[in-house]
Ligand binder design. Structure first.
Ligand SMILES: Nc1ncnc2c1ncn2[C@@H]1O[C@H](COP(=O)(O)OP(=O)(O)O)[C@@H](O)[C@H]1O
Ligand SMILES: [Mg+2]
Length: 135
């Protein structure tokens, strides 16, 4: 698939870009948010939530693995998961096949249970405030 790049110059920039990106999403889309620690994956997720009309505060799901925003958005952080089987056992994979949008941080940890046809957004840190967002 052809990829495009957006250069973000602030967290606010990323939120606004992600808000627009959300309008390209369809029910049931699964999006892998790739990038290292502090890249801006959770900031991006906040923008997507705003774009989907979700008012709740978006918090990092690091300790919960996944936060469910009313069935509209499922935000995953798989950093502490070590296998797809573990995600499966925790019942985390069921939502991949529902009508909500799934955003997944550290999806590489559960690579073997990801559904087909996912989208990817890759965020790379350029400098303290700048990020390269490939989507
Ligand atoms: N252009 C930018 N886009 C996104 N975040 C940025 C940007 N510039 C600086 N930041 C900062 O980088 C951090 C990203 O944190 P977070 O989204 O939690 O990262 P991740 O979820 O990828 O580990 C935040 O503190 C944010 O304010
Ligand atoms: Mg995060």
């Amino acid at each position: 698939m052809r990829m495009a790049v957006f250069i973000s110059r602030s967290a606010e920039d990323t939120i606004n870009f992600a808000k627009g990106y959300a309008s390209s999403l369809k029910a049931g889309d699964v999006v892998l948010l790739n990038g290292g620690m502090g890249a801006g994956k959770t900031v991006f997720a906040k923008g997507v939530a705003l774009g989907l009309g979700i008012d709740d505060e978006i918090l990092s799901p690091t300790y919960a693995y996944m936060n469910d925003y009313g069935g509209k958005l499922y935000h995953y952080d798989c950093y502490r998961l070590s296998s797809g089987a573990q995600a499966e056992a925790l019942g985390l994979c069921d939502y991949f096949y529902g009508s909500g949008v799934c955003l997944i941080e550290w999806a590489e940890n559960i690579a073997d249970v990801l559904p087909e046809g996912y989208k990817t957004v890759t965020i790379t840190k350029i400098s303290e405030g700048e990020r390269r967002i490939e989507y």
